[in-house]
Design a protein around this ligand. Structure first.
Ligand SMILES: Cc1cc2nc3c(=O)[nH]c(=O)nc-3n(C[C@H](O)[C@H](O)[C@H](O)COP(=O)(O)OP(=O)(O)OC[C@H]3O[C@@H](n4cnc5c(N)ncnc54)[C@H](O)[C@@H]3O)c2cc1C
Length: 224
């Protein structure tokens, strides 16, 4: 795979760093069931569709992929609820988050617009509203407190308590196609948080590019 970095939100990034298996890997895995030989392209596609349509998701576990993700802490927290992935995350104990960029800054997420609380669904946002007053000031105050604590000799593992959930972190996420499509079905959904959805959309672009046949079946709603 090419190392294409997709920008998300203001400082977020999604990069497919490695992948194993193509669209027809599930077909090859499935044929083991009856020691079958490779088919022609038409038969392969037909079998791929058959697997998805009939809920034979196991063979899709033979496609593996790993992404590097730079996302705000609150997005990462939602992401890592998906237990079927493997993760390794940047350590705020080991290093300061200034290390996550070349500018010696602490990147935090600033929404382009603020949303009102949804008036029916208690977990969703509603319409756009005026920009929140004082956000930048609050963030700068928090970052100054963090830097002051570090400069004053406080450990990084404790100084981070000053940092808000808007601060960016970085992690590697490895999963297989079956679990990835489950992740996407939940996080592309209109009930997912908008910011997390944008990361799921960036991941989807990689799926579309690298596994177009699988993506087609996913778009038809064959994976749950
Ligand atoms: C819109 C939305 C709102 C949410 N709101 C909340 C919330 O308010 N509070 C909250 O805590 N979480 C919330 N979550 C997180 C949600 O409950 C799941 O933890 C998260 O979506 C991961 O889904 P999953 O468990 O299916 O995925 P994975 O952890 O990747 O698991 C995939 C599948 O593997 C199986 N599996 C994995 N682990 C187990 C297990 N231990 N036992 C049995 N089967 C297992 C299940 O079939 C599961 O669907 C929300 C998620 C979404 C999308």
């Amino acid at each position: 795979v090419g190392n294409r970095v997709r920008g998300v939100l203001d400082y977020g990034e999604v990069e497919l760093v490695q992948a194993c298996g193509d669209d027809l890997t599930p077909v090859a895995a499935a044929r083991t069931s009856y020691a079958g030989r490779n088919g022609d392209e038409g038969r392969d596609r037909k079998l791929l569709r058959y697997l998805a349509t009939n809920g034979h998701y196991g063979p899709f576990e033979f496609i593996d992929a790993t992404w590097r993700v730079k996302a705000p802490l609150f997005v990462a927290r939602q992401w890592m609820r998906h237990r079927t992935g493997s993760y390794n995350e940047f350590s705020f104990r080991y290093a300061e988050p200034t290390k996550l960029n070349d500018e010696d800054e602490i990147h935090y997420y600033t929404p382009r617009l603020w949303r009102s609380q949804h008036n029916v669904d208690r977990q969703l946002s509603g319409e756009a509203r005026d920009n929140e007053v004082g956000y930048q000031r609050q963030m700068q105050t928090a970052i100054l407190a963090y830097r002051t604590a570090i400069a004053g000799g406080v450990s990084r593992e404790q100084a981070r308590l000053y940092l808000p959930s808007s601060v960016y972190t970085q992690f590697w996420y490895k999963t297989n196609m079956r679990n990835l499509l489950h992740f996407l079905s939940l996080r592309l959904d209109s009930h997912a948080q908008e910011e997390t959805r944008q990361f799921a959309e960036a991941i989807s672009e990689d799926v579309k590019e690298n596994w177009p046949l699988v993506w087609e079946l996913f778009e038809e709603g064959l994976f749950v």
